[in-house]
Design a protein around this ligand. Structure first.
Ligand code: UD1
Ligand code: CA
Length: 460
Protein backbone atom coordinates (compact mmCIF):
# COMPACT_ATOMS: atom_id res chain seq x y z
CA UNK A 1 0.00 0.00 0.00
CA UNK A 2 1.33 3.40 -0.84
CA UNK A 3 0.31 7.01 -0.72
CA UNK A 4 -0.07 9.36 -3.65
CA UNK A 5 1.58 12.29 -1.90
CA UNK A 6 2.46 13.95 1.36
CA UNK A 7 1.59 17.47 2.43
CA UNK A 8 3.91 19.09 4.96
CA UNK A 9 2.60 22.10 6.84
CA UNK A 10 5.38 24.60 7.31
CA UNK A 11 3.90 28.07 6.94
CA UNK A 12 4.22 29.16 10.56
CA UNK A 13 6.91 31.58 11.67
CA UNK A 14 8.01 29.84 14.84
CA UNK A 15 7.84 32.91 17.07
CA UNK A 16 9.30 31.13 20.07
CA UNK A 17 12.54 30.42 18.24
CA UNK A 18 13.25 34.18 18.57
CA UNK A 19 15.00 34.05 15.25
CA UNK A 20 15.28 35.89 11.96
CA UNK A 21 15.19 32.50 10.32
CA UNK A 22 11.89 30.69 9.83
CA UNK A 23 11.58 27.77 12.22
CA UNK A 24 11.57 24.91 9.71
CA UNK A 25 14.99 25.94 8.35
CA UNK A 26 16.80 25.65 11.67
CA UNK A 27 19.32 22.84 11.46
CA UNK A 28 19.48 19.73 13.54
CA UNK A 29 21.83 16.83 12.99
CA UNK A 30 22.67 18.01 9.51
CA UNK A 31 19.26 18.76 8.09
CA UNK A 32 16.82 21.61 8.35
CA UNK A 33 13.92 20.81 10.67
CA UNK A 34 11.71 20.39 7.62
CA UNK A 35 14.13 17.87 6.14
CA UNK A 36 13.29 15.26 8.77
CA UNK A 37 9.55 14.81 8.17
CA UNK A 38 10.38 15.12 4.50
CA UNK A 39 12.73 12.15 4.70
CA UNK A 40 10.10 10.18 6.65
CA UNK A 41 7.49 10.97 3.96
CA UNK A 42 9.86 9.69 1.28
CA UNK A 43 10.52 6.55 3.31
CA UNK A 44 6.78 6.00 3.51
CA UNK A 45 6.63 6.08 -0.28
CA UNK A 46 5.25 9.54 -1.00
CA UNK A 47 6.19 10.24 -4.60
CA UNK A 48 5.18 13.88 -4.48
CA UNK A 49 5.64 16.16 -1.51
CA UNK A 50 3.77 19.44 -1.21
CA UNK A 51 5.35 21.83 1.25
CA UNK A 52 2.93 24.49 2.43
CA UNK A 53 5.08 27.50 3.22
CA UNK A 54 4.25 31.06 4.17
CA UNK A 55 6.80 32.85 6.33
CA UNK A 56 10.00 33.23 4.31
CA UNK A 57 8.45 31.25 1.47
CA UNK A 58 11.37 32.04 -0.85
CA UNK A 59 14.00 30.81 1.58
CA UNK A 60 12.12 27.59 2.22
CA UNK A 61 11.68 27.02 -1.51
CA UNK A 62 15.34 27.87 -2.13
CA UNK A 63 16.47 25.29 0.43
CA UNK A 64 14.80 22.53 -1.60
CA UNK A 65 14.99 23.96 -5.10
CA UNK A 66 16.84 20.96 -6.51
CA UNK A 67 14.50 18.28 -5.19
CA UNK A 68 12.37 17.13 -8.11
CA UNK A 69 9.70 15.46 -5.94
CA UNK A 70 8.93 18.60 -3.94
CA UNK A 71 6.41 21.27 -4.93
CA UNK A 72 5.48 24.32 -2.93
CA UNK A 73 2.15 25.85 -2.00
CA UNK A 74 1.90 29.35 -0.64
CA UNK A 75 -0.22 30.04 2.40
CA UNK A 76 0.00 33.78 2.61
CA UNK A 77 -1.86 34.19 5.88
CA UNK A 78 -1.79 31.48 8.54
CA UNK A 79 -5.49 30.92 9.13
CA UNK A 80 -5.10 27.46 10.63
CA UNK A 81 -4.07 23.93 9.74
CA UNK A 82 -7.29 23.31 7.78
CA UNK A 83 -6.66 26.40 5.69
CA UNK A 84 -3.05 25.33 5.16
CA UNK A 85 -4.11 21.99 3.74
CA UNK A 86 -6.66 23.64 1.45
CA UNK A 87 -3.80 25.72 0.02
CA UNK A 88 -2.10 22.49 -1.05
CA UNK A 89 -5.04 21.11 -3.05
CA UNK A 90 -4.08 22.63 -6.43
CA UNK A 91 -0.72 20.84 -6.16
CA UNK A 92 -2.52 17.54 -5.54
CA UNK A 93 -4.67 17.77 -8.64
CA UNK A 94 -4.83 14.63 -10.73
CA UNK A 95 -3.75 12.42 -7.83
CA UNK A 96 -5.93 9.67 -6.37
CA UNK A 97 -5.83 7.54 -3.27
CA UNK A 98 -4.43 8.62 0.07
CA UNK A 99 -2.34 11.57 1.15
CA UNK A 100 -0.17 11.94 4.22
CA UNK A 101 -0.42 15.19 6.14
CA UNK A 102 2.57 16.05 8.30
CA UNK A 103 3.90 18.97 10.28
CA UNK A 104 7.18 20.55 9.29
CA UNK A 105 8.35 20.75 12.88
CA UNK A 106 8.25 17.11 14.03
CA UNK A 107 11.77 15.84 13.30
CA UNK A 108 11.54 12.64 15.34
CA UNK A 109 8.80 11.04 13.28
CA UNK A 110 10.12 7.89 11.59
CA UNK A 111 9.34 6.41 8.21
CA UNK A 112 8.47 3.16 10.00
CA UNK A 113 5.68 4.81 11.97
CA UNK A 114 4.39 6.58 8.87
CA UNK A 115 4.32 3.28 6.99
CA UNK A 116 2.28 1.81 9.85
CA UNK A 117 -0.14 4.72 9.54
CA UNK A 118 -0.47 4.20 5.78
CA UNK A 119 -0.92 0.45 6.24
CA UNK A 120 -3.63 0.89 8.86
CA UNK A 121 -5.37 3.47 6.68
CA UNK A 122 -5.42 1.02 3.79
CA UNK A 123 -6.80 -1.95 5.68
CA UNK A 124 -9.43 0.01 7.61
CA UNK A 125 -10.77 1.88 4.58
CA UNK A 126 -11.54 4.83 6.85
CA UNK A 127 -11.49 8.28 5.25
CA UNK A 128 -9.14 9.59 7.90
CA UNK A 129 -6.51 7.82 9.99
CA UNK A 130 -4.83 9.88 12.64
CA UNK A 131 -1.53 9.23 14.38
CA UNK A 132 -1.95 9.65 18.13
CA UNK A 133 0.21 9.27 21.21
CA UNK A 134 -0.37 8.80 24.90
CA UNK A 135 1.34 11.49 26.95
CA UNK A 136 1.62 11.92 30.71
CA UNK A 137 1.52 15.66 30.12
CA UNK A 138 -0.96 16.21 27.28
CA UNK A 139 -1.27 19.95 27.84
CA UNK A 140 -1.36 21.99 24.66
CA UNK A 141 -2.23 19.17 22.30
CA UNK A 142 -5.56 18.37 20.71
CA UNK A 143 -7.21 15.47 22.53
CA UNK A 144 -8.61 12.34 20.93
CA UNK A 145 -12.20 11.88 22.01
CA UNK A 146 -13.30 8.26 21.71
CA UNK A 147 -16.73 6.72 22.35
CA UNK A 148 -17.56 3.93 24.79
CA UNK A 149 -16.49 1.38 22.16
CA UNK A 150 -13.14 3.07 21.76
CA UNK A 151 -13.91 4.52 18.34
CA UNK A 152 -12.52 7.95 17.55
CA UNK A 153 -15.33 10.53 17.50
CA UNK A 154 -13.54 13.84 17.18
CA UNK A 155 -10.49 15.89 18.16
CA UNK A 156 -10.82 18.79 20.55
CA UNK A 157 -8.15 21.45 20.89
CA UNK A 158 -6.71 22.33 24.29
CA UNK A 159 -8.32 25.74 24.28
CA UNK A 160 -11.73 24.41 23.30
CA UNK A 161 -11.70 21.40 25.63
CA UNK A 162 -13.89 20.92 28.70
CA UNK A 163 -12.13 19.91 31.93
CA UNK A 164 -13.17 16.28 31.29
CA UNK A 165 -11.72 16.41 27.79
CA UNK A 166 -8.55 18.00 29.12
CA UNK A 167 -8.11 14.91 31.31
CA UNK A 168 -7.73 12.75 28.17
CA UNK A 169 -4.11 11.66 27.72
CA UNK A 170 -4.34 10.48 24.14
CA UNK A 171 -3.30 13.37 21.93
CA UNK A 172 -3.35 14.29 18.27
CA UNK A 173 0.08 14.26 16.64
CA UNK A 174 -1.10 16.51 13.81
CA UNK A 175 -0.11 13.71 11.43
CA UNK A 176 -2.75 11.98 9.32
CA UNK A 177 -3.38 9.75 6.38
CA UNK A 178 -6.47 10.89 4.49
CA UNK A 179 -8.47 9.83 1.53
CA UNK A 180 -7.94 12.50 -1.13
CA UNK A 181 -11.52 12.38 -2.43
CA UNK A 182 -12.84 12.83 1.12
CA UNK A 183 -10.42 15.70 1.71
CA UNK A 184 -11.45 17.49 -1.48
CA UNK A 185 -15.14 16.99 -0.78
CA UNK A 186 -15.17 18.22 2.80
CA UNK A 187 -12.34 20.63 3.48
CA UNK A 188 -14.55 23.51 2.35
CA UNK A 189 -16.90 22.78 5.23
CA UNK A 190 -14.41 23.73 7.94
CA UNK A 191 -15.45 26.76 9.93
CA UNK A 192 -13.49 28.97 12.30
CA UNK A 193 -15.92 29.22 15.19
CA UNK A 194 -13.49 28.20 17.91
CA UNK A 195 -11.27 29.68 20.58
CA UNK A 196 -8.54 30.59 18.06
CA UNK A 197 -10.79 31.61 15.16
CA UNK A 198 -8.79 29.26 12.96
CA UNK A 199 -9.76 26.68 10.39
CA UNK A 200 -8.93 23.49 12.25
CA UNK A 201 -7.92 20.51 10.17
CA UNK A 202 -8.86 18.41 13.18
CA UNK A 203 -12.55 19.13 12.56
CA UNK A 204 -12.34 16.79 9.55
CA UNK A 205 -12.32 13.93 12.04
CA UNK A 206 -15.76 14.91 13.36
CA UNK A 207 -16.96 15.37 9.80
CA UNK A 208 -15.70 11.91 8.79
CA UNK A 209 -17.56 10.37 11.71
CA UNK A 210 -20.76 12.30 10.96
CA UNK A 211 -20.55 11.28 7.29
CA UNK A 212 -19.97 7.63 8.28
CA UNK A 213 -16.79 7.79 6.26
CA UNK A 214 -14.83 6.44 9.22
CA UNK A 215 -11.89 7.64 11.28
CA UNK A 216 -9.19 5.31 12.51
CA UNK A 217 -6.20 5.89 14.73
CA UNK A 218 -2.71 4.53 15.12
CA UNK A 219 -1.04 5.06 18.49
CA UNK A 220 2.67 5.81 18.13
CA UNK A 221 4.83 3.26 19.97
CA UNK A 222 7.18 5.97 21.11
CA UNK A 223 5.39 9.21 22.03
CA UNK A 224 8.62 11.10 21.45
CA UNK A 225 8.13 10.64 17.71
CA UNK A 226 5.37 13.22 17.62
CA UNK A 227 7.28 15.84 19.56
CA UNK A 228 7.19 19.22 17.87
CA UNK A 229 10.02 21.73 18.06
CA UNK A 230 8.89 25.17 19.11
CA UNK A 231 11.88 26.72 20.82
CA UNK A 232 15.65 26.32 21.00
CA UNK A 233 15.52 24.09 24.04
CA UNK A 234 13.32 21.62 22.19
CA UNK A 235 15.57 21.99 19.16
CA UNK A 236 18.59 20.94 21.23
CA UNK A 237 16.64 18.11 22.84
CA UNK A 238 15.43 16.75 19.50
CA UNK A 239 18.96 17.11 18.05
CA UNK A 240 20.27 14.98 20.89
CA UNK A 241 17.73 12.24 20.22
CA UNK A 242 18.44 12.28 16.48
CA UNK A 243 22.17 12.10 17.09
CA UNK A 244 21.64 9.14 19.37
CA UNK A 245 19.68 7.39 16.60
CA UNK A 246 22.39 8.13 14.05
CA UNK A 247 25.14 6.94 16.38
CA UNK A 248 23.26 3.80 17.32
CA UNK A 249 22.78 2.92 13.66
CA UNK A 250 26.50 3.44 13.01
CA UNK A 251 27.52 1.29 15.96
CA UNK A 252 25.15 -1.47 14.83
CA UNK A 253 26.81 -1.34 11.42
CA UNK A 254 30.28 -1.89 12.90
CA UNK A 255 31.64 1.56 13.68
CA UNK A 256 33.23 2.08 17.11
CA UNK A 257 32.27 5.29 18.86
CA UNK A 258 34.45 5.55 21.92
CA UNK A 259 31.94 7.88 23.62
CA UNK A 260 28.73 8.13 21.58
CA UNK A 261 27.32 10.89 23.80
CA UNK A 262 30.18 13.14 22.78
CA UNK A 263 30.23 12.37 19.08
CA UNK A 264 28.36 14.60 16.64
CA UNK A 265 27.54 12.97 13.34
CA UNK A 266 25.15 14.43 10.78
CA UNK A 267 22.45 12.52 8.98
CA UNK A 268 24.22 12.39 5.61
CA UNK A 269 27.51 10.98 6.92
CA UNK A 270 28.51 7.44 6.00
CA UNK A 271 31.21 5.51 7.84
CA UNK A 272 32.65 2.09 7.03
CA UNK A 273 33.02 -0.81 9.45
CA UNK A 274 35.87 -1.01 11.95
CA UNK A 275 36.45 2.70 11.93
CA UNK A 276 37.06 4.16 15.37
CA UNK A 277 35.80 7.61 16.30
CA UNK A 278 37.12 9.30 19.43
CA UNK A 279 35.10 11.83 21.46
CA UNK A 280 34.58 15.39 20.33
CA UNK A 281 34.52 14.56 16.63
CA UNK A 282 32.08 16.58 14.54
CA UNK A 283 31.27 15.01 11.17
CA UNK A 284 29.08 17.14 8.97
CA UNK A 285 27.61 17.56 5.53
CA UNK A 286 27.80 14.94 2.83
CA UNK A 287 30.79 13.09 4.20
CA UNK A 288 31.95 9.56 3.54
CA UNK A 289 34.53 7.79 5.66
CA UNK A 290 35.83 4.39 4.69
CA UNK A 291 36.58 1.25 6.68
CA UNK A 292 39.25 0.96 9.40
CA UNK A 293 39.77 4.71 9.67
CA UNK A 294 40.78 6.27 12.97
CA UNK A 295 39.51 9.72 13.83
CA UNK A 296 41.19 10.90 16.99
CA UNK A 297 39.51 13.31 19.39
CA UNK A 298 38.15 16.69 18.29
CA UNK A 299 38.42 16.15 14.57
CA UNK A 300 36.03 18.18 12.44
CA UNK A 301 35.14 16.93 8.98
CA UNK A 302 32.67 18.67 6.68
CA UNK A 303 31.78 17.55 3.18
CA UNK A 304 34.75 15.22 2.67
CA UNK A 305 35.32 11.89 1.07
CA UNK A 306 37.83 9.78 2.97
CA UNK A 307 38.55 6.22 1.92
CA UNK A 308 39.81 3.22 3.89
CA UNK A 309 42.58 3.07 6.51
CA UNK A 310 43.01 6.80 6.93
CA UNK A 311 44.25 8.13 10.24
CA UNK A 312 43.17 11.63 11.20
CA UNK A 313 44.91 12.82 14.32
CA UNK A 314 43.54 15.00 17.05
CA UNK A 315 42.38 18.55 16.44
CA UNK A 316 42.39 18.43 12.65
CA UNK A 317 39.83 20.28 10.53
CA UNK A 318 38.96 18.94 7.07
CA UNK A 319 36.46 20.46 4.69
CA UNK A 320 35.55 19.84 1.07
CA UNK A 321 38.50 17.49 0.59
CA UNK A 322 39.28 14.01 -0.67
CA UNK A 323 41.71 11.70 1.07
CA UNK A 324 42.91 8.37 -0.34
CA UNK A 325 43.74 5.18 1.56
CA UNK A 326 46.42 4.94 4.25
CA UNK A 327 46.87 8.69 4.44
CA UNK A 328 47.73 10.25 7.77
CA UNK A 329 46.51 13.73 8.66
CA UNK A 330 47.40 15.88 11.66
CA UNK A 331 47.48 16.44 14.56
CA UNK A 332 46.18 19.99 14.12
CA UNK A 333 46.15 19.94 10.34
CA UNK A 334 43.77 21.99 8.25
CA UNK A 335 42.57 20.66 4.91
CA UNK A 336 40.61 23.42 3.23
CA UNK A 337 38.28 22.89 0.26
CA UNK A 338 39.74 21.33 -2.84
CA UNK A 339 42.50 19.35 -1.17
CA UNK A 340 42.90 16.02 -2.94
CA UNK A 341 45.39 13.72 -1.24
CA UNK A 342 46.70 10.47 -2.71
CA UNK A 343 47.28 7.21 -0.91
CA UNK A 344 49.92 7.07 1.84
CA UNK A 345 50.16 10.86 1.90
CA UNK A 346 51.27 12.33 5.19
CA UNK A 347 50.10 15.75 6.32
CA UNK A 348 51.61 16.55 9.69
CA UNK A 349 51.02 19.06 12.44
CA UNK A 350 50.22 22.68 11.64
CA UNK A 351 50.01 22.05 7.93
CA UNK A 352 47.35 23.90 5.95
CA UNK A 353 46.32 22.89 2.45
CA UNK A 354 43.91 24.44 -0.03
CA UNK A 355 43.08 23.47 -3.63
CA UNK A 356 45.95 21.07 -3.98
CA UNK A 357 46.51 17.70 -5.52
CA UNK A 358 49.15 15.65 -3.76
CA UNK A 359 50.37 12.37 -5.26
CA UNK A 360 50.90 9.01 -3.65
CA UNK A 361 53.38 8.82 -0.78
CA UNK A 362 54.13 12.54 -0.62
CA UNK A 363 54.72 14.15 2.74
CA UNK A 364 54.41 17.56 4.37
CA UNK A 365 55.14 16.72 7.95
CA UNK A 366 55.38 20.06 9.73
CA UNK A 367 54.36 23.74 9.69
CA UNK A 368 53.56 24.29 6.05
CA UNK A 369 51.12 26.11 3.77
CA UNK A 370 50.30 24.48 0.46
CA UNK A 371 47.74 26.34 -1.65
CA UNK A 372 46.86 26.17 -5.37
CA UNK A 373 49.47 23.51 -5.95
CA UNK A 374 49.90 20.36 -7.94
CA UNK A 375 52.33 18.08 -6.15
CA UNK A 376 53.49 14.80 -7.65
CA UNK A 377 54.12 11.52 -5.88
CA UNK A 378 56.92 10.74 -3.38
CA UNK A 379 57.58 14.43 -2.81
CA UNK A 380 59.04 15.61 0.47
CA UNK A 381 57.92 19.04 1.58
CA UNK A 382 60.22 20.29 4.32
CA UNK A 383 59.21 22.02 7.51
CA UNK A 384 58.10 25.62 7.07
CA UNK A 385 57.52 25.47 3.32
CA UNK A 386 55.18 28.09 1.93
CA UNK A 387 53.57 28.30 -1.47
CA UNK A 388 53.33 32.06 -2.00
CA UNK A 389 50.21 31.77 -4.11
CA UNK A 390 48.69 35.22 -3.71
CA UNK A 391 50.10 38.47 -5.06
CA UNK A 392 47.41 40.58 -3.48
CA UNK A 393 45.24 40.45 -6.59
CA UNK A 394 45.40 37.00 -8.13
CA UNK A 395 46.10 33.42 -7.04
CA UNK A 396 48.91 31.57 -8.83
CA UNK A 397 49.79 27.91 -9.14
CA UNK A 398 52.78 25.95 -7.96
CA UNK A 399 53.64 22.72 -9.74
CA UNK A 400 56.04 20.25 -8.11
CA UNK A 401 57.06 17.12 -10.03
CA UNK A 402 57.43 13.56 -8.76
CA UNK A 403 60.21 12.79 -6.32
CA UNK A 404 61.13 16.41 -5.59
CA UNK A 405 62.81 17.12 -2.26
CA UNK A 406 61.90 20.51 -0.84
CA UNK A 407 64.15 21.42 2.08
CA UNK A 408 62.99 23.26 5.17
CA UNK A 409 61.95 26.93 5.11
CA UNK A 410 61.43 27.20 1.38
CA UNK A 411 59.17 29.76 -0.26
CA UNK A 412 57.81 28.91 -3.67
CA UNK A 413 56.75 32.18 -5.28
CA UNK A 414 54.00 31.19 -7.70
CA UNK A 415 53.52 30.81 -10.58
CA UNK A 416 56.42 28.43 -10.49
CA UNK A 417 57.22 24.90 -11.60
CA UNK A 418 59.74 22.53 -10.06
CA UNK A 419 60.69 19.65 -12.36
CA UNK A 420 60.65 16.02 -11.22
CA UNK A 421 63.57 14.82 -9.11
CA UNK A 422 64.80 18.32 -8.27
CA UNK A 423 66.17 19.32 -4.89
CA UNK A 424 65.41 22.69 -3.33
CA UNK A 425 67.93 23.55 -0.68
CA UNK A 426 66.75 24.63 2.74
CA UNK A 427 66.03 28.34 3.06
CA UNK A 428 65.61 28.87 -0.66
CA UNK A 429 63.15 31.36 -2.13
CA UNK A 430 62.17 29.88 -5.48
CA UNK A 431 61.22 32.63 -7.93
CA UNK A 432 62.07 30.90 -11.20
CA UNK A 433 61.17 27.47 -12.57
CA UNK A 434 63.55 24.68 -11.53
CA UNK A 435 64.45 22.14 -14.23
CA UNK A 436 64.06 18.44 -13.48
CA UNK A 437 66.83 16.76 -11.47
CA UNK A 438 68.54 20.06 -10.61
CA UNK A 439 69.52 21.68 -7.35
CA UNK A 440 67.99 25.08 -6.62
CA UNK A 441 69.71 27.17 -4.05
CA UNK A 442 69.17 30.81 -3.14
CA UNK A 443 70.83 31.88 0.04
CA UNK A 444 72.77 34.93 1.07
CA UNK A 445 76.30 33.55 1.60
CA UNK A 446 77.08 33.19 5.26
CA UNK A 447 79.77 35.31 6.87
CA UNK A 448 81.40 34.23 10.16
CA UNK A 449 83.20 36.97 12.08
CA UNK A 450 85.38 35.17 14.57
CA UNK A 451 85.61 36.60 18.07
CA UNK A 452 83.06 39.30 17.21
CA UNK A 453 80.91 38.62 20.29
CA UNK A 454 83.81 38.82 22.67
CA UNK A 455 84.83 42.18 21.21
CA UNK A 456 81.30 43.50 21.49
CA UNK A 457 81.09 42.49 25.15
CA UNK A 458 84.39 44.19 25.88
CA UNK A 459 83.16 47.43 24.26
CA UNK A 460 79.78 47.48 26.08
C1 UD1 B 1 -2.07 21.13 15.92
C2 UD1 B 1 -3.37 20.36 16.06
C3 UD1 B 1 -3.41 19.67 17.41
C4 UD1 B 1 -2.20 18.78 17.58
C5 UD1 B 1 -0.91 19.56 17.35
C6 UD1 B 1 0.26 18.63 17.32
C7 UD1 B 1 -4.98 21.65 14.76
C8 UD1 B 1 -6.13 22.59 14.84
N1 UD1 B 1 -4.47 21.28 15.92
O1 UD1 B 1 -2.11 22.14 16.93
O2 UD1 B 1 -4.59 18.91 17.53
O3 UD1 B 1 -2.20 18.20 18.87
O4 UD1 B 1 -0.98 20.25 16.09
O5 UD1 B 1 1.43 19.36 17.27
O6 UD1 B 1 -4.59 21.27 13.69
N2 UD1 B 1 0.58 25.61 10.11
C9 UD1 B 1 0.51 26.18 8.87
N3 UD1 B 1 -0.45 27.10 8.61
C10 UD1 B 1 -1.36 27.47 9.54
C11 UD1 B 1 -1.29 26.90 10.81
C12 UD1 B 1 -0.30 25.97 11.07
O7 UD1 B 1 1.30 25.87 8.00
O8 UD1 B 1 -2.21 28.32 9.20
C13 UD1 B 1 1.63 24.64 10.38
C14 UD1 B 1 2.61 25.11 11.43
O9 UD1 B 1 3.68 25.81 10.84
C15 UD1 B 1 3.05 23.81 12.08
C16 UD1 B 1 1.82 22.92 11.93
O10 UD1 B 1 1.03 23.48 10.91
O11 UD1 B 1 4.11 23.20 11.40
C17 UD1 B 1 1.01 22.80 13.23
O12 UD1 B 1 0.53 24.09 13.54
P1 UD1 B 1 0.42 24.59 15.04
O13 UD1 B 1 -0.07 25.98 15.04
O14 UD1 B 1 1.66 24.30 15.77
O15 UD1 B 1 -0.75 23.65 15.56
P2 UD1 B 1 -1.11 23.39 17.04
O16 UD1 B 1 -1.90 24.54 17.54
O17 UD1 B 1 0.08 22.98 17.79
CA1 CA C 1 2.42 22.92 17.43
Amino acid sequence: MSVAAAVILAAGKGTRMKSDLVKVLHQLAGRPLLGWPLAAAREAGAGRIVVVAGHQFDRVQQAYSTDADIVFALQEEQLGTGHAVSCSLPQLEGLHGAVLILCGDTPLLTGTTLRRLVQEHAVSSAAVTVLTARLDMPFGYGRIVRDADGRVRRIVEQRDATPEEQAITEVNSGIYCMDLAFLRAHIGRLGSENAQNEYYLTDLVGIAVAEHAGCGAVVADDPEEIMGVNDREQLAYASGLLRRRINRQLMLSGVSLVDPDKTYIDAEVKIGADSIIWPGCVLRGVTTIGCRCILESNVQIDGCSIVDDVHVKTGSVLSGSRVAEHASIGPMAHLRPGSVLGSHVKIGNFVETKKIVMGEGSKASHLTYLGDAEIGSEVNIGCGTITCNYDGVKKHRTVIGDGVFVGSDVQLVAPVTVGAGALIAAGTTVTRDVPADSLALSRTPQVNKEGWCLKKKAND
